[in-house]
Ligand binder design. Structure first.
Ligand code: HEM
Length: 141
C-alpha cells in the first residue's frame, strides 16, 4: 500500500487467493468441508481412514488454482482431477452431498458476496464435471 492506501501493483490483478486472505482462509474452507465429509454416510467410505493428508491435497490444489503457490503440482504433478476421481463412483447423489458440505464451508468464510459467488460458481461447475456414473438408463448403451 502507498500512503493513499492504494495498491502499488499498477494494474496487476489481485488473485482471489490474496483477496480472501491466502492460506489461512483455504485452510478454514477445507477444514470445514472435511468436518462435513467426516460424518457423511455416503461420502465418508470413499475417503481414506486418515482424512488429514486428503485435506492437505485439497487445500493445496485450491490454493494453486486460485493463484497461490504451486505446491500442489510440485508434490502431485498435473491435477488431472477427472482421472484422479475415476476410482470413485460419483453420481448425482455423491455430487450433491459433496456440494452441500462445500456450500457450508464457503458460507463459514463470510466472504464479500461477489468473491463467494466466484468461488462457489467454480466449485459447483467442477463438481458437475467430476460426475462419472450415469443414473439415467436411457442414456447408457
Ligand atoms: C463431485 C463429488 C466429489 C467426490 C465424491 C470426490 C471425492 C474424492 C475422493 C474420495 C478423493 C480421494 C481423497 C484423497 O485421498 O485425496 C478425492 C480427491 C481429490 N478431490 Fe475430489 N471429489 C469430488 C469433487 C471434487 C471437486 C469438484 C474438486 C475440485 C474442485 C475435487 C478435488 C479433489 C482433489 C484436489 C483431490 C486430491 C487429488 C490428488 O492429488 O490425489 N474433488 N475426491
Amino acid at each position: 500500500m502507498n500512503p493513499a492506501g492504494e495498491s502499488e501493483s499498477r494494474g496487476e490483478a489481485v488473485t482471489l487467493y490474496d483477496a480472501v486472505g491466502g492460506e489461512p482462509t483455504f485452510r478454514k474452507l477445507v477444514d470445514e468441508f472435511y468436518a462435513g465429509i467426516a460424518t457423511d454416510p455416503l461420502l465418508r467410505p470413499m475417503y481414506p481412514e486418515d482424512l488429514g493428508p486428503a485435506a492437505d491435497r485439497m487445500r493445496l490444489f485450491l490454493m494453486q488454482y486460485w493463484g497461490g503457490p504451486n505446491t500442489y503440482s510440485a508434490q502431485r504433478g498435473h491435477p488431472r482431477l477427472r482421472m484422479r476421481h475415476a476410482p470413485f463412483r460419483i453420481g448425482g447423489a455423491e455430487r450433491d452431498a459433496w456440494l452441500r458440505h462445500m456450500r457450508r464451508a464457503v458460507d463459514s468464510l463470510d466472504l464479500p458476496a461477489a468473491t463467494a459467488t466466484e468461488l462457489w460458481n467454480y466449485l459447483e461447475r467442477a463438481a458437475y464435471f467430476m460426475v462419472n456414473a450415469m443414473e439415467d438408463p436411457a442414456v447408457s448403451g
